[in-house]
Design a binder for this molecule. Structure first.
Ligand SMILES: O=C(O)c1cc(=O)[nH]c(=O)n1[C@@H]1O[C@H](COP(=O)(O)O)[C@@H](O)[C@H]1O
Length: 274
């Protein structure tokens, strides 16, 4: 099944728009797990097993693994998710972006080495930098549009012919880069007005929305401004608020409760609470 179809199926099956970000931080692992790559693997597997029926996808962030020499742990983790929780897609958060001849290798890395179902990209270098990813029609290509961080406006809001750059990015990707129907955009939860502006431009194109939880984004505003008419179209991502809900031996149970609570809040806002 291609990425968009498995995402739609996961939205439906788990009645969830929650994306759990897998961002293991060495200083925040539960002490009883120890430290190092093996502890990172055990931590992430426990989080996944505790939350898999509450989510529509996972999003491991590559630097959190690579910085700890745990790339093999990341490979094994993505294989583990596919084997133990089939149908839950995995977005590799790598924010790649380079000239085409190098981008080919980044695409191979994300999809063939790591086995990710989708990957985040920075579109700054333009169409040819994204083409090796766009050509993988079965995979998702998640492009930064209006990011969640405080400095997002520095470049993304610059006026380009009467409209801010991020709106040009949204329009160009939705109308010209999405020939295979495999594009998504990143719009931070911390900027709800910008989410509404992007939604108005891109129709039902899915939006990855990080910034809930630790960054303080408002779930209700995200749903109001970003949900499609069908009440989906969003992957609402939270990492630290779920991963580090507790630091003791109950960390996985606490993560499950945090993910379930976010799912409930989202579903209340979109009116699908069962
Ligand atoms: O592409 C991303 O995932 C991303 C885009 C963005 O605009 N803001 C953003 O925070 N992220 C990522 O989403 C995660 C947010 O983590 P928390 O703030 O702990 O939920 C981090 O892994 C960020 O790298």
């Amino acid at each position: 099944m291609n990425f968009m179809a498995s995402l739609a199926a996961a939205w439906q099956r788990n009645d969830s728009l929650v994306c759990v970000g897998l961002d293991p931080e060495p200083g925040r692992l539960p002490p009883h797990l120890g430290q190092g790559p093996a502890a990172i693997g055990a931590f992430c597997r426990a989080i996944v097993d505790a939350t898999a029926d509450q989510v529509c996808c996972y999003k491991p962030q590559i630097a959190h693994f690579a910085a700890q020499r745990a790339e093999v742990v990341l490979e094994d983790l993505i294989a583990y998710i596919h084997a133990r929780h089939p149908g839950v897609p995995v977005i590799l958060d790598a924010k790649r972006g380079d000239i085409g001849s190098t981008a080919v290798h980044y695409a191979t890395e994300a999809f063939d080495r790591y086995g990710a179902d989708a990957v985040t990209l920075n579109p700054y270098l333009g169409r040819d930098s994204a083409q090796p990813f766009l050509d993988r029609a079965d995979k998702g290509v998640v492009l930064l549009c209006r990011t969640s961080n405080p400095g997002a406006a520095d470049f993304q809001d610059l006026d380009v012919g009467g409209r801010p750059l991020y709106q040009r990015v949204a329009e160009t990707i939705a109308t010209r880069w999405n020939a295979n129907g495999n594009c998504l955009l990143v719009t931070g939860a911390t900027w709800p007005e910008e989410i509404a502006a992007v939604r108005a431009i891109v129709g039902d194109l899915p939006l990855l929305v990080p910034g809930i939880g630790a960054q303080g984004g408002d779930v209700e505003a995200v749903i109001r401004n970003g949900a499609t008419a069908a009440g989906t179209g969003l992957l609402i991502s939270s990492s630290r608020a779920i991963l580090y809900a507790a630091s003791g031996e109950d960390f996985a149970e606490a993560a499950r409760n945090a993910a379930a609570s976010l799912r409930e809040t989202i579903n209340r806002c979109r009116g699908t609470t069962r």
